[in-house]
Design a protein around this ligand. Structure first.
Ligand code: ZN
Length: 302
């Protein structure tokens, strides 16, 4: 065989391999789940946390992420005229928003999106938003509200659900920020399969006394709210999901600060929860290095 024909064969092989690579790259991109993060108002540093959420979701290789930012607060009503996110373009919507009530058409659009099979993910203070929006409260089950707003749900040590009636017991709050242990309560749920039964979450606010309609809540994980850190002496729900029409709503109360969001456990839960509400399946693996029952692991410390 001449050198030239060997070269030609080699060249055509290279072309074929490049073609395959391009093809598989395109196929992968098409398989990615489109996620929309909504932010723009929050009593937390959303300008710092949205990029963290976007970065780790995209780094998983499973998502492409867009961001819809609302107008700042106290604007004239017209400022909201252009805020009409097209939720139906997305596999999942993640709320990093805690602010003014959205215009009615946007509320109806989110309700129709989730009821029609869309996925909604609520991170930390996003459950503080919208006490006056009835359907939103059904979606989240429990929100940051006063004790008179609705029922409270906790678990006892054995994992049994304890319901505290409206008006009784503490309303929403949290003690001092600290590292705390997350206890998985449903190891069969696809999001939780393979996640250690107990692991140490990086310093965060441990919300307690959340209130709401709490219908059809599936509690996936809890944290013990210790009186020594200003807590309630109860196992407070930290991660749960609720069916809404054909869709699913996944809530994590973790995620107060940038540091809390660097927790490998937090990131894994948000990635897998987002994939699950979007597709009904979880393919994102649990990282080999994960927080242990006693040691925090963050992407800062890795
Ligand atoms: Zn917070």
């Amino acid at each position: 065989m001449s050198t030239i024909s060997t070269f030609r064969r080699f060249a055509s092989l290279v072309t074929a391999v490049i073609g395959l690579l391009v093809l598989s790259e395109t196929a992968t991109a098409a398989d990615r789940i489109k996620v929309l993060i909504v932010d723009g108002q929050n009593n937390h540093n959303w300008k710092a946390t949205t990029p963290i959420l976007k970065e780790f979701l995209e780094k998983s290789g499973r998502f492409t992420v867009d961001v819809a930012t609302t107008p700042p607060n106290k604007q004239p009503a017209e400022a909201w005229d252009n805020f009409r996110p097209k939720f139906s373009d997305y596999g999942a919507v993640l709320s990093n928003y805690n602010g003014e009530l959205w215009p009615a058409p946007v509320q109806r659009s989110l309700e129709a999106y989730v009821a029609g099979g869309g996925g909604l993910v609520i991170v930390h203070a996003a459950n503080n938003a919208f006490p006056e929006w009835e359907q939103f409260n059904k979606m989240i089950g429990l929100g940051w509200r006063g004790a008179s707003y609705g029922n409270r749900i906790t678990l006892d040590r054995a994992g049994k659900v304890v319901e505290t009636a409206k008006g009784e017991g503490p309303g929403a709050g949290h003690g001092s920020q600290h590292d705390f242990s997350i206890v998985v309560r449903d190891r069969e749920n696809p999001v939780m399969q393979g996640i250690p039964a107990e692991w140490m979450h990086a310093k965060d606010e441990l919300y307690h006394g959340q209130r709401g309609p709490a219908e059809s809540m599936h509690i996936l994980a809890t944290a013990f709210s210790d009186k020594r850190t200003g807590g309630t002496d109860a196992h407070e729900p930290m991660v749960w999901w609720i069916p809404y029409g054909k869709g699913k709503v996944f809530t994590t109360l973790m995620g107060h600060s940038e540091h809390s969001m660097h927790c490998v456990g937090f990131q894994t839960i948000v990635e897998r929860g987002t994939e699950w509400v979007a597709t009904g399946k979880v393919t994102i693996p649990v990282p080999a290095r994960f927080p242990s029952p006693t040691e925090v692991l963050t992407t800062e410390s890795k």
